[in-house]
Design a binder for this molecule. Structure first.
Ligand SMILES: [Zn+2]
Length: 367
């Protein structure tokens, strides 16, 4: 199933960066234009924290705030050119200038005003179809924005819109096992290639990788109010019980030693405030401190049984309200990318239910 659009449709695309519209949503945008749908494209960031292409193109090693601002302006212009290639008017685009490469921190520390901003955007221009990044995308900005939008949508009562997610980075089975491939004509692929080529700053260092997106089929996954959790990355299964969350972890061996893996847990507390807790994963069985990710204050004790490669982590979750979904991420970053995105765990209806990955993965694969 893919979105059916007509002249009464109002399609809103929320993109983390300039270029995501061309890489992941070129075909659906062209189809929306042909159907006569009204379109709005909202860019969360300007993609201004993108140092390597900027250093190469501008032949300048040290980049300051003014340099980044100039780069962001250039990337906005490229996004508008790509939209024009797809038939979307510049007046249909909005740029929020949130911190590029900083959406995960924003989510963990204080994103209340950002959530209000997104809620207002959706309320003021109510879409019939909303396209959002996938929670399983391995770019941290993408998965963090996906969580923010899940939080916003959970608070929008009586909304009739259909919500679809798209993945740009990574091959998460949590996304690809369920996403539907979009019908794609040859002529649409040619226009998609033209739109991607508008992002000249991005093509400079990653030409082949970027242009390859043109031939990659676009996939969309329809989101439901209550999502089924599919384990991803090093998290092999999760069990949400009334007072604890139990995770079965198997960590792949990484060729480059990344920072210590840290598990983040995010939801609303009993007073409805967003809280993000963190646990740094130990290498042997022990009790470990559970900290508030924003204040670093100790808020409880978690338990780990295992070693550096596999184990079971038990985290008390009494601090959170039992009704909303919990979001979990095991952060193991290498370079810009995560091993996996966030997992959404709905409120426990069947408290003892164990949700496992339905995709067989080698447990100690060297990536
Ligand atoms: Zn992006």
């Amino acid at each position: 199933m893919t979105p059916a659009l007509n002249s009464a449709s109002r399609l809103m695309l929320i993109a983390p960066h300039p270029d995501d519209e061309a890489l992941a949503c070129s075909i659906i945008l062209q189809q929306a234009v042909r159907a006569g749908a009204t379109i709005r494209v909202v860019y969360a960031t300007d993609g201004d924290d993108n140092p390597w292409p900027q250093r190469v193109l501008e032949r300048k090693w040290r980049l300051n705030a003014a340099d980044r601002k100039r780069w962001g302006k250039l990337r906005r212009a490229e996004a508008l050119a790509a939209l024009r290639a797809l038939g979307v008017r510049a007046s249909d685009a909005r740029f929020l200038a949130l911190p590029d490469q900083g959406l995960t921190n924003l989510l963990k520390c204080d994103c209340r005003s950002t959530l209000e901003r997104f809620a207002a955007i959706i309320r003021d221009w109510p879409p019939t179809h909303l396209l959002v990044p996938s929670i399983a995308d391995t770019h941290p900005d993408h998965s963090a924005l996906a969580v923010m939008l899940r939080l916003v949508l959970a608070e929008l009562p009586g909304s009739q819109m259909s919500v679809w997610s798209y993945a740009v980075h990574g091959e998460s089975p949590a996304f690809s096992a369920r996403a539907q491939q979009h019908r794609q004509l040859e002529a649409e692929t040619a226009i998609k290639l033209r739109a991607i080529r508008c992002h000249k700053t991005q093509i400079k260092l990653s030409r082949r990788r970027f242009l390859a997106y043109a031939a990659r089929p676009e996939r969309l996954l329809k989101l439901r109010a209550r999502e089924t959790t599919i384990a991803d990355g090093s998290i092999r299964s999760i069990s949400r019980q009334p007072h604890t969350l139990r995770l079965d972890l198997r960590l792949s061996v990484k060729p480059i030693r990344a920072a210590e893996p840290t598990l983040y847990l995010l939801s609303r507390d009993v007073e409805e405030a967003l809280r993000c807790l963190s646990v740094q994963l130990p290498v042997r069985s022990c009790r470990i401190e559970l900290r508030d990710a924003a204040t670093e204050r100790r808020v409880g004790v978690a338990r780990y049984r295992g070693n550096a490669f596999a184990g079971e982590l038990t985290i008390p979750i009494d601090i959170f309200s039992s009704a909303p979904a919990l979001f979990v991420k095991l952060e193991r970053r290498s370079w810009f990318f995560d091993e996996a995105g966030w997992l959404e765990i709905p409120a426990a209806i069947h408290p003892r239910q164990i949700i496992s990955s339905n995709i067989a993965q080698p447990s100690l694969a060297i990536r």
